[in-house]
Design a protein around this ligand. Sequence first.
Ligand code: PMP
Length: 465
Amino acid sequence: MSTITNHMPTAELQPLDAAHHMHPFTTNDELADKGARIITRAKGVFLTDSDGNQILDGMAGLWCVNIGYGRSEMAEVAARQMMQLPYYNTFFMTTHVPAIALAQEIAKLAPEGLNHVFFASSGSEANDTNIRMVRTYWTEKGKASKSHIISRKNAYHGSSVGSGSLGGMAYMHAQGGLPIPGIHHINQPDWWAEGGDMTPDAFGMSRAQELEDKILELGEDKVAAFIAEPIQGAGGVIVPPDSYWPEIQRICDKYEILLIADEVICGFGRTGNWFGSQTMGIRPQIMTIAKGLSSGYQPIGGSIVCDEVAEVIGATEFNHGYTYSGHPVAAAVALENLRILQDEEIITHVRNVSAPALQEGLEKLREHPLVGGVSLKGMMASLPLTPHKESRAKFASDAGTVGYMCRERCFANNLVMRHVGDRMIISPPLVIQPEEIDVLITRAAKALDETYAQLKDQNLLRSAS
Ligand code: PMP
């Protein structure tokens, strides 16, 4: 049996990690040289690493630990459920109480008409479900030709073959034969990086218009669905211009295209409502959920499905499912997470306390010479870095060089802030308090100052021509 423990020194754990553990989205050789950061415990919004550093987690893990770390109720529920029924499946005309109760609770919280849940263990799996579900839906309705799905460049919908195809990350498509046939990508509504001289609203309309153009190009009778995150997360926290979503909704309605809102990040309070669709005023037929559903305490995801689609799918055998669909321990833990979110009024806290405090703090960072703007909705935000604010110029260095430097300075100052290209990303636990946001902002400001000094030293404060 392994004798590896939390108390071993970093220098001993790192080579063991490098020897046997292949990390996701990582150049493992580089990591082996550098040594992985080892997180040993966490409480509230702070992580502790194997050197004893107290790191403020400005990313809530991977956008998921909405209720914060270390909630003993979650552990107690998991232990109780494991003793009672650690596993049973939901195939073959069988169910169990955690799955029944969680599906009911999700249906209660979801927007009107979204009353059915198909469970998965992750956002990727749920989006794979969605591909098969929308195609099956149209086939069952006698319109099998409606099989194409439109998504967006720089969208993130997961890393499996199906969900990675839905996503619009070129660097992911470059590996492993993605995208699968029948998936199309239109441009994203990223005004800061791509809007040029257009007003945000005119730009939003033009990017929404691309959906109509694509539908007409493919043929209205060929398109099953459009999938999008209400606010792109992994693509760089891109809050679309106000004009964008109403126009997308109009187009989906006009051409009878199912709208799939990928709520994996936006769901469960992150934008100040239960779902990002409510914040952005959209009416999807299907919502993808994961992450904040359990605050990351257990792997669970799913698709929330509207009555009409569920009715059509329900009339046939849907040959799809996962061993862990509705896993009883994960479901019980998710249910407890939803109880905590409600009983502690955490979404009201986001709206009245944490989001306004984050906005106030980020407004101070807007003054920093490197910060080109602030993009924020609720508790998700990004700061695009730029060598020249007025023109929203990009750096002459390879995209991501400056963002990576800044991320490293954040780590050095005990702050987790991720970078997407040269944008810095913030998505802390929803329960963060104003005084903790002050710590976040102070550390971020110091990291930005150090990055600026480094860029000056290395003559990297130059704009791309
Ligand atoms: N959709 C979105 C919007 C996401 O942000 C993610 C994960 N970052 C996924 C899907 C995939 O979820 P998972 O990693 O749980 O498969």
